[in-house]
Design a binder for this molecule. Sequence first.
Ligand code: KIV
Ligand code: ZN
Length: 508
Amino acid sequence: MSGNSITIFDTTLRDGEQSPGCSMTTDEKLEVAKALVELGVDVIEAGFPIASPGDFEAVKRIAQEFGSRTMICGLARCRKDDIDRAAEALKHAEKARMHVFLATSKIHMEHKLKMTPAEIVSVAVEMVKRAVDLIPNVEFSPEDAARTEVNFLCEVVEKAIDAGATTINIPDTVGYATPQQYYNVIRHLKTHVPNIEKAVISTHCHNDLGLAVANSLAGVEAGARQIECTINGLGERAGNAALEEIVMALRTRADHYKVDTKINTPKLFAMSRMVSRITGMMVQRNKAIVGQNAFAHEAGIHQHGILQERSTYEIMRPEDVGYVGVNLVLGKHSGRHALRDRVKHLGFEVSDAVFEQIYNGLMTLADKKKEIYDSDIVALIENLTGETRDEWELIKFHTLAGTDVLPTATLEMKRGGSSDVIRDAATGDGPVDAVFCAMERICGVSGRLAEYNVRSVSSGKDAQGEVSVALEVDGHTYHGRGLSTDIVAASAQAYLKAINRAIADQKK
Ligand code: KIV
Ligand code: ZN
């Protein structure tokens, strides 16, 4: 690998998916993997095959479908069963990597593993060798490396390279490092491990102190040439380093970092929206690079500057990250041709059948609101794609609400395949609650509403509202989204999607 090329290792499907409430179905993982391949990531960590049959299946299918184009990686602890299972899942990928890890910090060795440093070295060596025998491309992670005594870290790293590891990842597992300290650890490895040039050093930073991206970039300055990251910074607790921030920092400040990546940056915004839709994890409006406000200039003085010369207040061009603003684009009379162009311009490739659905959706929307924005089209497309077959269908609903009335909802629903219409009604704290209660009664699912968010897709009183919910059923969390100019209707759609996912999961 050339000295100024950075390998982007995406772990959205593994470390990202470990984030509470962010689990994905195998089909959803395949959808994300496809988008990651098109985004141009170098390595996809597709899962932890021993963790569950679902994880195994996802890694296997991603390896089969995408393993000839992009390197597919599976995670394993330094245990025989883990390694064998990961190798089995990866065996159909032309480009496969096994990622094995073992903790090396004093705290983890003493309290979690109850192993001595000598035992750690010996197990790491034995297991890296076993992994290399099965999958030649092996990455080794000394877990909690950022809190590991540095001379011991050098010893483990040297032995892992001797055993055949070609990538050495330095995890800041608990997000404790500071940029200078993380830089020093990697510099120390570069200068004290005799065989270090035989391996690529990788960063893997968690965001507990909000330093994951800064630490990863410090790692690059110290000589790391692989960065592990996730879309939207998804990950356990405060998350992992955000891919979009890292890539755009390296690109925008190429004068400083003097490295590049192969990421197709105009796809970043759509990628972020996809992961947010699938996981139900909203992206904060002011999030760097992919937040709705990331390119919005409010202050008059800024707007004036931008009109004169963009670079006065803009360090990146919105189009370089595929940013979708609230540009006014279409109206009721725009026609199919204009919509086709717009859909393409927004970076979506859709089949004729899906296009017809988008067109019909847009015409219905145009009856309700005068102006259609790019963000309305994106929301419509996202609402149509990637859905699994639903058990229950909402035919119609009616709500009663206001001051001095008991909020009530009446629903008519149908179960997949059957033509029987089931009607029921419920009361609630408000019309949304009443709809949810009636829906639970009809579908026979009872859960806890863990999250409810509503946001306006564009601007104006007639804007579409996008509702996202997280529903907890039997200890599992299911997400759903809905879209409508009527937020009670959007709430009903979102709740129904979450219920249908819960039912599909229970059936499995
Ligand atoms: O954070 C961590 O230490 C990890 C390892 C498995 C690499 O995710
Ligand atoms: Zn991690």
